[in-house]
Design a protein around this ligand. Structure first.
Ligand code: SF4
Length: 731
């Protein structure tokens, strides 16, 4: 941090994806204004940023484009039908504490669920959120949006290699000799990670891209496996089949560091390339080539994203990918391994902080009596040893559960917008309206706040200090750039006040005090002090020791020692099964949800940045193959209606060869073209991650395009009014 005349330069970490790029802001403190931003040298980004890094800070100026910043606490004083009224912080905190206490006393601790935030707040408030839910409320019902993205990566990796995070680092990607990129569109999800893939290609890396769409990675791939959606495991099993049948496996690595190969082979032996081809639609020789290439190097990397995890078979595919790594000795040294590349900026960190129903901070099990005793002693509270509820199971426990004693009655939602981001939104709205008491702690009005009984306004990224964790386990500092405006508080302070009002006092003066408490309870993170993170720029966990010698860990499983209890990796996979809801007579197409490079998550932040909003706006797009569009009489840019068993929305047709016939694609941040009105809440049985990537749908032409555009305008204006914006949208 350096001063130039009266201006200040402040370095912080980008808030938009797990790449964790470093940005330098020039600020005029007297005017409390950001004057300039540019990327600077960081461990993961060198000195580069994508468009969100360059232009994604404008929401701090509150231009009120799609929604308005919340600047006062509000409550519904007289029940759900009464209006939200602005109140003092004292009244709002008492209201929240009294209502949660009443619910806890009447229905017990397990009737309340807390959702943490993988977005702006950072690690420290998330540590406090899970501590509040566990120590003050008395339940492990704490979760966050990893549930709807990479929970399958954590579950599948833990069961095979013992650690749920990326085994390698982002910079190592460019030194890979083979990259097997499956279900991961890096250029949209993590543009700066995508640069590493391009650099690897320039250095001679062989790139295999398994994706039903022609993505940017597919375009530069040496081998594009354009498989049918939802058939990943038929491909990975077949690759293992080829590797073993052709004797390409690393027998010594397997003998020394793995077990349960025989059970794995019992499944894989049936997945010949010819058999897999019938399921995936691929050519058997392409599957053979992928397997041979992947097995040909000790610097082979598998990268995956939500094209793997957001299926009802997501955990099984993750296990299968980890098994491919073990089969070929591609773990435990530089530039190899597995990369579940986390999407949101701090989804890795929010998992690290124990905002999950089964683990305390540092991935320490809530069912391990020793861990329970340790945290009970540290926190001075009796803790539950029962694994909590996943947030995707809330509708089951509200709409579908008839016994009130088993229902969720209180929902504390911190920095998330499930009414936009969760599947089957009609059911989700019904759920929110049936829950006795909903608290939203957030920065903007969003679709979920419309259902809140109390709204607690927190500070945004750029208005507070703390730590994020990048996708590759790297702790990096975030810093306050401007002073918050309005009657708002730091998230950690709000949670502390509610907890204290409920009889479990929390007293902290700053985020470093919270961080120090957390690292002292989490052996994997103990060495990552604020001082060390600031000095090194980044500390990758595990970092066991506070001394300067322990700089953190670039790659996991050094020398083939896996993170399982006995250090041995476990082979696992499963047979293929169809997605839950397949195309049929009434809904003949399949819908898959994907990402939009210029917008982030539910769009409240990037939609309120002038430059990013001007790139793209409502009602979003539906990618459809020209052959399907021709049959339906649809032209490029037409407004169309898309429906599933669960709902229907209007959006625009993007007629493109990029997608296969029979499948359509939508991005998930649009309010009008809201794909989650259509998606199915079918969950992976192990990770409870929804099958966002596959459901049956129907697309219809709308004859009167003038009416369609006016209807989109009406719906958008109505939503913006609900979000307290009453000015016209600029062109
Ligand atoms: Fe921000 Fe990710 Fe873009 Fe980097 S790649 S600037 S972290 S959004």
């Amino acid at each position: 941090m350096a001063a130039t005349n009266s201006l200040k330069e402040i370095q912080t970490t980008c808030c938009y994806c797990g790449a964790g790029c470093q940005l330098l802001f020039t600020v005029d403190p007297a005017a409390n204004k950001i004057l300039d931003v540019h990327p600077v040298q960081g461990r993961t980004n060198d000195d580069k940023a994508c468009l969100k890094g360059w232009y994604g800070w404008d929401y701090l100026n509150d231009p009120q484009i799609i929604t308005k910043r919340i600047r006062e606490p509000m409550i519904r004083k007289h029940g759900k039908q009464s209006p939200l009224e602005v109140v003092s912080w004292d009244e709002a905190i008492k209201f929240v504490a009294d209502n949660l206490t009443k619910i806890k006393q009447k229905w017990g601790p397990d009737s309340i669920l807390g959702a943490g935030s993988a977005r702006g707040p950072g690690n420290e408030p998330n540590y406090l959120m899970q501590k509040f839910i566990r120590a003050c409320i008395g339940t492990n019902n704490i979760d966050h949006c990893a549930r709807i993205c990479h929970a399958a990566s954590v579950a599948g990796s833990m069961q095979t290699i013992g650690e749920g995070a990326m085994s390698l680092s982002i910079p190592e990607i460019e030194d890979a000799e083979v990259i097997f990129n499956i279900g991961y569109n890096a250029s949209a999800s993590h543009p700066i990670v995508s640069r590493r893939i391009v650099r690897a290609k320039e250095k001679g890396c062989f790139i295999i891209c398994a994706d039903p769409r022609i993505t940017e990675t597919a375009r530069i791939a040496d081998l594009h496996l354009q498989l049918k959606g939802g058939t990943n495991i038929a491909l990975t099993n077949a690759m293992a089949n080829v590797i073993v049948n052709e004797g390409l496996q690393d027998v010594e690595f397997m003998k020394a560091h793995t077990k349960d190969f025989d059970a794995f082979w019992e499944i894989v032996k049936d997945y010949t390339p010819e058999y897999s081809a019938k399921i995936t639609g691929l050519k058997p020789d392409d599957i053979r080539l992928a397997a041979r290439k992947y097995a040909s190097s000790k610097h082979s990397v598998i990268l995956w994203g939500m094209g793997v995890t957001q299926f009802s078979q997501g955990v099984e595919v993750v296990k299968s990918c980890c098994s491919l790594g073990m089969l070929t000795g591609n773990f435990g040294h530089y530039a190899c391994g597995t990369g579940p590349v986390r999407g949101q900026n701090n989804v890795q960190g929010t998992c690290d902080m124990g905002v999950l129903p089964n683990v305390y901070p540092g991935y320490q099990s809530v069912t391990d009596p020793k861990m329970q005793e340790k945290f009970e002693k540290a926190w001075g509270a009796k803790l539950s040893n029962k694994v909590g509820l996943a947030l995707t199971r809330v509708p089951e426990r509200v709409v579908h559960e008839k016994d009130p004693a088993k229902q969720i009655h209180g929902y504390y939602i911190f920095g998330e917008d499930p009414a936009q981001s969760d599947p089957d939104l009609e059911e989700l709205r019904e759920t929110l309206d049936k829950i006795d008491f909903v608290v939203c702690q957030d920065i903007f009005w969003n679709k979920t706040t419309l259902h809140a009984d109390a709204i607690l306004p927190g500070t945004a990224w750029g208005e507070h200090d703390g730590v994020y964790t990048s996708s590759d386990r790297g702790f990096q500092r975030i810093r306050k750039v401007v002073e918050p405006v309005g009657n708002i508080k730091d998230d950690w302070e709000i949670i502390s006040l509610v907890s204290t009002a409920m009889g479990y006092p929390m007293k902290y003066n700053n985020t470093e005090e919270i961080w120090n408490e957390m690292i002292d309870l989490s052996p994997k993170f103990t060495g990552a002090t604020y001082e060390k993170i600031a000095r090194q720029g980044s500390v990758q966990w595990p970092c066991w020791d506070k001394g300067p010698q322990d700089k953190g860990t670039m790659y996991l499983h050094e020398g083939g020692k896996f993170a399982t209890p006995d250090g041995i990796g476990i082979f696992k996979t499963s047979p293929y099964h169809d997605p839950t809801e397949v195309e049929n007579k009434d809904f003949p197409l399949t819908l898959c949800t994907v990402r939009e490079v210029g917008h982030y998550s539910v769009r409240t932040m990037t939609g309120n940045c002038r430059m990013l909003r001007n790139l793209e706006d409502e009602p979003g797009w539906l990618e459809i193959n020209p052959a399907d569009a021709t049959v339906l009489g649809i032209s490029h840019k037409d407004i169309v209606r898309i429906s599933s068993k669960r709902g229907k929305v209007l959006t625009r047709a993007n007629v493109t060869e990029r997608v296969k016939k029979g499948a359509v694609y939508m991005t998930y941040q649009w309010w009008i073209g809201a794909c989650n009105e259509l998606t199915i809440s079918s969950l992976d049985p192990s990770s409870s991650t929804p099958e966002y990537k596959y459901c049956a749908c129907k697309v219809e032409k709308i004859g009167d395009q003038k009416w369609a555009w006016e209807e989109v305008g009406r719906q958008y204006a109505d939503l913006r009014t609900q979000m307290h914006i009453n000015k016209e949208l600029s062109a």
